[in-house]
Ligand binder design. Structure first.
Ligand SMILES: Nc1ncnc2c1ncn2[C@@H]1O[C@H](COP(=O)(O)OP(=O)(O)OP(=O)(O)O)[C@@H](O)[C@H]1O
Length: 257
């Protein structure tokens, strides 16, 4: 072992202090001490999920981990529980067993108000039935997540409306829009606050093929750019093909396709 000398020992003690470790074991060993960065938690981690309605088991044995920047499509027969699963992943519906963590937080461990705050900040949800608020204008609907977070941003809203092909329609009320236009409002709203996890339930179901392709590309590009994870429930082969992974939900769990 080589001799460190006085100045070497001083440096070793400084490095040891920096990393809060014991310098007495020797200079050479201390130079190898590096902080080990903690791996960030996946955006979404679900394990052992079981959901029942009364005695009827909707799904069981569902495991799913989705990393930042990843796009996962979930397909499955009608009625198998895809929408129910998305609601459970969002903490909007409780599972009967298993755990769902978003950015390392377990929904079951959060109080109702903390869960709501976590959802508001980190989650974007595109509902199958849109849930666009009828008394707010299109721009107000899209900007709602930003207002709720105390950071309204008219420029962001205008950019998103342009991106989903609704530029110039911001002042209209939802009842004057078509089903496909309402769906695009719902998509723009889910992206507004740059959430880390986006859950989308049939987001292209009401769109013509060309608009569906554009909207899907936008959803995909925005989630990538934001380092967000995207979980999309779909019956569309075209939508599923764009995904990094495609999984099929069955009553026994999830299987890769
Ligand atoms: N609140 C509820 N109470 C009782 N049963 C329910 C409830 N919500 C959903 N279900 C049932 O749970 C099952 C799964 O419904 P879900 O809507 O999640 O299916 P899905 O796969 O999304 O269907 P689709 O592809 O047709 O939209 C269905 O059998 C449905 O009838």
């Amino acid at each position: 072992m080589r001799c460190a000398g006085h100045s070497g020992w001083v440096a070793a003690l400084r490095i040891a202090a920096l990393h809060r470790c014991d310098a007495s074991a020797g200079y050479t060993a201390r130079m190898d001490v590096r902080p080990v960065p903690d791996a960030p938690p996946p955006c979404l981690q679900a394990s052992g999920l079981v959901k029942r309605y009364g005695d009827a088991v909707v799904f069981a044995g569902v495991d799913l981990a989705v990393a930042a920047g990843e796009f996962v499509a979930i397909v499955g027969e009608s009625g198998v529980g895809k929408s129910t699963l998305l609601n459970c992943l969002a903490g909007l519906d409780a599972v009967d067993s298993g755990r769902v963590c978003v950015l390392g937080r377990d929904w079951a461990a959060l109080s109702e108000s903390r869960a709501a705050a976590w959802r508001r900040t980190h989650l974007g949800f595109v509902f199958q039935a849109f849930h666009v608020l009828p008394h707010l204008t299109v721009a107000q609907n899209v900007g709602l997540p930003l207002v709720l977070l105390g950071r309204p941003d008219a420029a962001r809203v205008a950019a998103l409306l342009d991106a989903v092909g609704l530029g110039g329609m911001g002042e209209r009320l939802p009842q004057t829009l078509s089903g496909g236009q309402l769906q695009r409002v719902a998509i723009a709203r889910a992206l507004a606050h740059r959430p880390r996890l986006i859950l989308a339930d049939e987001p292209t179901g009401n769109l013509d093929p060309r608009t569906a392709t554009q909207v899907l590309a936008l959803l995909h590009a925005q989630t990538r750019a934001q380092g967000a994870a995207l979980v999309l429930v779909t019956h569309s082969h075209a939508a599923a093909e764009r995904a990094d992974r495609c999984l099929e939900l069955t009553c026994n769990g999830m299987r890769p396709l």
